[in-house]
Design a protein around this ligand. Structure first.
Ligand SMILES: [Zn+2]
Ligand SMILES: [Zn+2]
Length: 430
């Protein structure tokens, strides 16, 4: 019997691992330059943590979590998002004592049992950043500035930052009352799910993807027009700072997020390169979550990005991600093979940053050339008996499709002419 990976849980294969590693490295460097520190929490948590934080009536909790009982009948859940576990750890280890304003980031897998489709796996990966310990609008602004900066560093240019404010808990409750009243009159045009939402979690109607609900949502009262003076002042400062920093954003007055814990500033990043599933990330304030999970009254703001989505967008920008620093050493016959191994060692030693691949299968020249192509080699060195006896080697540029016979002792000098020498992890996909 042939085994297969579980539906919606994908392998990251060698041909893709490079771009993943590049993205993760670039993320770490960028976040660390803003003073963020990494945190790694377990993949499994008590189910109650997610129910209490994300919200009992949200889609994630009611339909999408991987929840199961362990051998002692405890209810455990594979984390569907990263913020709640971080808040759990923050409270458990009193991390507020480390620094009154703590900046944390994480990179790792999350799990949601949704219908698998392009850019939506059941095991997916997120990059997330959180600032705990301040309710300042400048924290929201700096977080968005950093996010904008990092996405541009990845090579993304066409993304949109949609921005809104939900207001404080009180504003949210007031608005929910107004919205409910408004929607009651249009109840029979709402989808089945939204009829339920109307009773339990009316704000989520604004997030519905059903055409008729989108149509109704277009004319509802706006959440951003119902903020108290404090919340409006906060939001104005966020917007003014972003404008000063020349960050492009689109104020989207009915943007709500799928998680109950958000209050105040919320935002969503979309990129047209992704087509209809165009969100690559989202975030916002969660000033009550630390307290709601049993900790001190500490405000916070954060975001999460989907790595799979970013990689889809990057790949659309660069359909051929050619490696520029691979040298393949093709050899024919035992004597040439041994010489080839020596040349390869010399290249690795004297030109750090290049990747040298030798024939370890004793294939024909044709099959070696094919192998060189599959490894995206820019340069192939060809060494047969004739070249060996003459002290020469053939050097072939695979992109220009030109070749030359050169003395063997000038190999390093010649390769330098053809190849860009950069460490492989710095070969940017752009
Ligand atoms: Zn308010
Ligand atoms: Zn609906």
């Amino acid at each position: 019997m042939k085994h297969k990976s579980i539906r919606g849980m994908e392998d990251i294969l060698p041909q893709d691992a490079g771009i993943w590693r590049w993205l993760e490295d670039a993320t770490r460097k960028n976040l660390q330059s803003y003073g963020y520190k990494e945190i790694r929490t377990p993949i499994l948590e008590d189910t109650a943590i997610f129910v209490r934080s994300i919200g009992e009536t949200t889609d994630i909790v009611t339909k999408e979590m991987y929840t199961f009982k362990d051998r002692k009948s405890r209810s455990l859940t594979l984390r569907p998002e990263g913020t709640a576990p971080i808040v759990r750890a923050y409270i458990e280890y009193s991390l507020d004592k480390i620094s009154p304003q703590l900046k944390l980031y994480y990179i790792g897998p999350m799990f949601r049992s949704e219908k698998p489709q392009k850019g939506r796996s059941r095991q997916f990966h997120q990059i997330g950043a959180e600032i705990l310990g301040t309710d300042s609008p400048y924290a929201d602004a700096e977080l968005i500035v950093q996010l904008d900066n990092m996405l541009k560093l990845f090579g993304l240019r066409e993304f949109t930052i949609k921005l809104n404010s939900l207001g404080c808990k009180k504003d949210k409750d007031n608005f929910a009352g107004k919205l409910k009243k408004y929607l009651e009159g249009k109840k029979n045009r709402l989808c089945k799910d939204c009829k339920e939402r109307l009773k339990k979690n009316v704000l989520r109607v604004l997030d519905c993807k059903n055409d008729s609900c989108i149509e109704i949502a277009r004319n509802t009262p706006n959440i951003a027009d119902n903020l108290c003076t404090t919340c409006k002042g906060h939001f104005d400062k966020v917007k003014a700072t972003l404008k000063t920093m020349k960050i492009n954003f689109v104020e989207t007055k009915n943007l709500v997020r799928g998680l109950d814990y958000y209050t105040g500033t919320v935002f969503e990043i979309t990129d047209p390169l992704l087509g209809s599933q165009d969100a690559i990330g989202a975030g916002g304030r969660y000033d009550n979550l630390v307290k709601d999970l049993g900790g001190p009254d500490i405000p916070a703001v954060g975001y999460a990005l989907g790595i799979e989505r970013i990689i889809i967008a990057l790949k659309k920008k660069m359909p051929t991600l050619k490696t520029v620093n691979v040298v393949y050493v093709a050899t024919l016959g035992d004597a040439a093979k041994i010489h080839g191994i020596q040349i390869a060692e010399k290249l690795r030693k004297e030109l750090p940053g290049i990747i040298v691949i030798t024939d370890i299968k004793e294939g024909s020249l044709k099959s070696q050339m094919r192998n060189a192509d599959k490894n995206n080699a820019k340069i192939v060195l060809i060494l047969g008996e004739n070249e060996l006896n003459a002290g020469k080697v053939i050097i072939r540029d695979m992109i220009k499709k030109e070749q030359d016979i050169i003395p063997r002792d000038s190999v390093i000098k010649e390769i330098k002419k053809h190849i860009e020498i950069r460490p492989p992890e710095e070969v940017e996909p752009q």
